[in-house]
Design a protein around this ligand. Sequence first.
Ligand code: CP
Length: 308
Amino acid sequence: MKHLLSVDDLGGRTGIERLLDRTEEFLAVTHREIPKIPALVGKVVVSLFYEDSTRTRLSFETAAKRLSADTMTFSVSTSSVKKGESLLDTVQTIEAMGIDAIVVRHQAAGAPRRIVNWTEASVINAGDGRHEHPTQALLDAFTLRRHRQGSLDGAQIAIVGDIVHSRVARSDVKLFAALGANVTLVGPPTLMPESIEGWPVRVSYDLDEVLAETDVVYLLRIQQERIASGRFPSLREYTARWGLTAARAARLKPDVVVMHPGPMNRGVEIANDVADSDVSLVTQQVTNGVAVRMAVLYELLAASGEAN
Ligand code: CP
């Protein structure tokens, strides 16, 4: 694997499971007293973020440092993009400094794929528009696999909320299905994609009906700016029908877990009490994200050399 732009690049179930197995090894590294190994000494990893991020950006930078790579950080707000510099010129400028990997977040779907044509470095998609967020899907699958003693086979996963705008949903659906889970998309019809032809999912507009048979409730952030575009009448109505309220959580099966990619709208798609309860895997998702990204960076920058 030279680049990671989509879950499709992971090599199906075999490739995904291999990467998740490697993540277990890196998770053990992160628990050491000195959580650092010299695997990527001399490599340079650049964060190229055109959109805001807390988890993904810090997680990649921490992962790179734990592998002893050098890191460079690019922020639009403090860069020459503000003076009109294009994406192409920005990439070529960074490339000229000598780099090995570019971690890209961009509001335009397909931006990471374009960058592949402009650089010799490995490109990692850290979220592009509504398209994909493959490392989020990997950390979600890794977290669930650990929680379920090593297998997602047969797991009933409900992904709830703003599916139409969600790159996380697109990547999660592919990855969860590849590992044998059954995925149901839940939310208002106005937040569903126009066509889900070819998606390995069921669709429901009734959260209460789905929860009775669900093992994993995966909540998505409601993007509050969508209210203005008339996608749903009010946050209050959204919460009443599709939010994981405390009352709804009390009716879940005993072994159900709740996940969220973050950032959370507490009190909208997830109640405070639920977010902070034992059923929530949100903090574990973040912790595991560092190990997953170590595994991805290692796979792209070191593993091929290992084979030689
Ligand atoms: N889950 C996720 O992508 O979070 P950030 O936007 O904070 O990176």
